[in-house]
Every structure is written in structure tokens, then in C-alpha cells.
Design a protein. Sequence first.
Length: 555
Amino acid sequence: MSDTSTHLGLPYLLAAQAQKHVTHNEALRLLDAMVQLSVLDRTRTTPPASPADGDRHLVASGATGLWAGWDLNLAYWVDGVWMRLVPRPGWLVWVAAEQVFVVWNGSVWDPVGVLQDVSDAIFSLVNDADPTKKALFSLSGITTGTTRTFTLPNTSSELAILAGAQTFTGNKTFSGTLTASGTVTVSAAAATIGTAATTATYGMGTGATTTGVTKTVNLGTGGASRSTTVVNIGSATAGAGGTTVVNTPTVTFANAVTQVGMSQANLTAQLLGLGGATADSTNRLSMNTSAVLLNNAGAGIEATVNKAAAGNDAAFAFKTGFSARALIGLLGNDDFSFKVSPDGSAFFEAIRIDRTNGQVELSQPTILPGLSAAPSPPPTGKAAVYARNRAGAPWIDVMRPSGRDFPLQPHFGVNRIANWSPSATTTITTEGLPITSVGTVSTPTLAATNLAASMRRWRLTSAAVVDSAAEQRSAGWACWRGNAAGLGGWTFVTRISLTTLQATGMGFFGLYGSTAALATTLTLATAINCIGIGFQRGTHTRWHLAANDGTGAPT
């Protein structure tokens, strides 16, 4: 027979045993410890510093010191020492600190009458009507010391496995925080996130991305060909405010984006590049384009180029290969200027317009192409200055609104210019070239009868005898024709008319290679070394250009 009882291990009184009261008292002490078993707590791994006689504790796992090796046993302080009580299955203990009963199942202490843990790494729930329906719970994904709480909703609902693929049917409302580390797909026609009417924050893709890792947030990217995708951000209610902040360093519109409409927007940007151009701190607005259109909004249009101070530039630069060839604008002052450059470094000012009076300054001589004919008359109150080709050389002419054109008078002091003009009744005024007259000189009175009568003129009349001449010539040479290309040359202008010419008479106006008087019997066919216009009575019916280089008849 054993010396102790089967269930509680109490010592028996043996035959012929000495000191039986000691054995009896030990059994009573054990009974006092185990009957109506109650412990102060079950969280200690070391004995308290000052226990009271009779204190009992359910030792927690990992015990050390005097309790080393007593994990999940009972420690009983009696008569100044700790007594160890090893539980047996079915022992019931009241834990005063937690106000709960626990029962020993041979391996753990299970709470009685409250939610109990199922002590297993994996457990399952099986449908009693259909055992093929099973819910398997695994704790392998929970780290040590971590507790996960699953609270069932207060209405009939579904349990979602959010760590993997999960399909929701019907409408679902998340009133708290929804954090998804994988993919969340909403296939319904409408999905609403964030319906709170108070201040709230809703995040998508807000987690801290590891260096070197790319995070992509897609909105409305699944549209098929010829479908329409509309993404609305912010309230469309009149008077509602808001701000959309984009923090990514680069925002790219794909090639499929053909239009961005902002009919009422005020766009503010530090740099703007268009047409594939890249803007920088110097060229904050850059564009690659074949044309630029600035159209009016219904009235006038104005483009403003403003500089900070008079010494700065407000300019338009025209370049070849980014090397300036021309500048226009307020260049280093407040006068409007045109400058050109052969190399982008040295600049020559071509035109300057004085801001105080509008006067135009030309830094270089003006080159005008010679016109073959007079241009159209200018508007009333204006005059047109142009170059007119005469005798193979350009001359500066002026055209008035009346259509009358005339050459600008050169300076007599620097040009070989001669002028004959009527003066008094029988006097001809000469400038630059003397005159010899044969015949009678008279100056008709001006009259409004016709154009000829209204012009200042003189008349030369020969004597009324055979072979008389009415002649005016210069005793000095008018020009030298030269003997090489580019030498010599002259301009000859005269207004003439014949009033009366005898039957065999001849008239000639022009330049003649002689300063002597012409023979009174000279005919146009025998004139030499001449250029001008002529008429031979009886031979010609109109005036002819006549030229001869010294031999033969004039042509």
C-alpha cells in the first residue's frame, strides 16, 4: 500500500510510526493549501519580497529563483518557507487578481465560464450539417507576444480574408480605417470612399515607400477602346473651396492626352515647357513650335515686355543656332533700338527711335534700290522718298500726293551741275555752265491758257533769212565721257518744244562733242559726236533719239 493518498498525495499514518502528529499535521497543512484553492495571482515568475503566511500564487511560465522549475505549479508560503503544489487535472483555482476561475487540463490553466483560448497553432470550425464546409484558423502569421482580436459585426455579415484575394458582394461600408497592403478591386458601377460630412482624411498609397522601390497609384486606367473615363476631384458646388496638392517631382501627361481644359483656371507655375521643350531657371517659359498665335478676346490685344530699370534690356532676340543676329527693344536704355550682329558678340545699332520726340536716327547710310518707274503717290500730307534709275544710275526722288515726282536737288558745291533758267524779259540765268545764244531771247508772260503757258520758259527766235539759226550752247565742256567702264557719265534734263520750223529746218537738243557754233547748213543726218533728240523737217514726223560716236549718220 502507498504511503500517500491517490489524488491529493496526503501522507498516511503508518503502523508503529513515531511522531504521528507530525505526519498528521503535514496532511492538514496540505489540505489547508488545496481545499477551497484560491491564489492571489498567476503572473509572477519570482517570489514576492514579503509574503504573508498562507499566501498562494499560481507560478507563471519562465519562473526563476526559488520558483525555478515551478512553471504553472502552485507556490504556498507557510511557516516561513515556500511549498510547491503540483496540480492534477481537474484542479479548480480562484484567481483573486482577475476574479476568474481556472482549471488545470494537464498542460494549461483554462478560464472557467469566460472566453477561452483554443490551445493549438491551427484549429478549424466545421459545419455540423455539411462537414465539407470548414473554416481553418492558423496562427503562424502572428508574431510572438502579439494578440489579434476578431470582432464579429452586430448584424449578419461576411468574414473577409483581406490578406489574399477577397470578393465582396453587395454594398460594403467601412466606417473606420481601411488599410490594404495588396490589391483592392471594386467591380461595381460605383464605389464611394469617405462619406463623412466632417473633417476627414482619406489616403491611397500613403505608406512610406522603401528607397529604390516604385509605388504606383492608378485611377480609371481600365478603360477599353472608345470608352469614356471621368475622374472628378473636389466639389462641383458653387462656392465650395479646396486645394489639390501634387508633391511628385515630375507629372507626365501620356501621349493619349490631347487636351487639358481649364476655361476658368488661374494657372501658376515656376517653369513651363511646351512642345517637348525643357524649361530652366533662365528660360522659364520654353517651347518647341513652328508658330505662335496670340489672338484677341473680342477687342484689342497687347503683349507686355517689362524691365526693372532703364539700364536693363527689354528685348526680342533673333538667333541662328542660338547665336544672336538681331535685337529689337529697349536695349540698355529707354529708346527703341534695332541692333544686328555678325557673330552674336559684336552688335551694331541700325536704328534708334528717341523716346522723347519719336525722332529716328540711322547709324549707317540708307541704301535704296533704284526703281525703274515712279511709285504710286503717297497719301495726302505725306511725301515719298525713293531712288529712281536715270541714265543707268539711281537718283533720290520725291513723290508728292499729287503724283508729281521730282529729284532732290544735289549740292552744287560737290557736283558738276549746270542749270539754265529764264529770268528777266531777255535774260537767261546760268549756274555752273556759261551760255551762248544765237537769235532773239524772250521770256513770255505766264498765263493760265494751258500747261505750256503756265510754265516759266524762254523763247529763242532766229533771224528771218535763209540758213539762220536759233541756237544756245555752252562755251565750256559739260562732261567727259571717259575711256573705260565706270568712268564719265552725265544726266541731261530739258523741257523743249518747237513752235515754228521752216521747210528744211532741223532741231536738236542734247549734248554735242563741240563747244563751237554748229554749221547753219547742218542736218540731223550729218551730226556727229552727239546724243540727244532731234527732228528733220521733211524727213521725220516725230522726234527721235539721236546718237553718234563720231562717224556715220546718227542712229
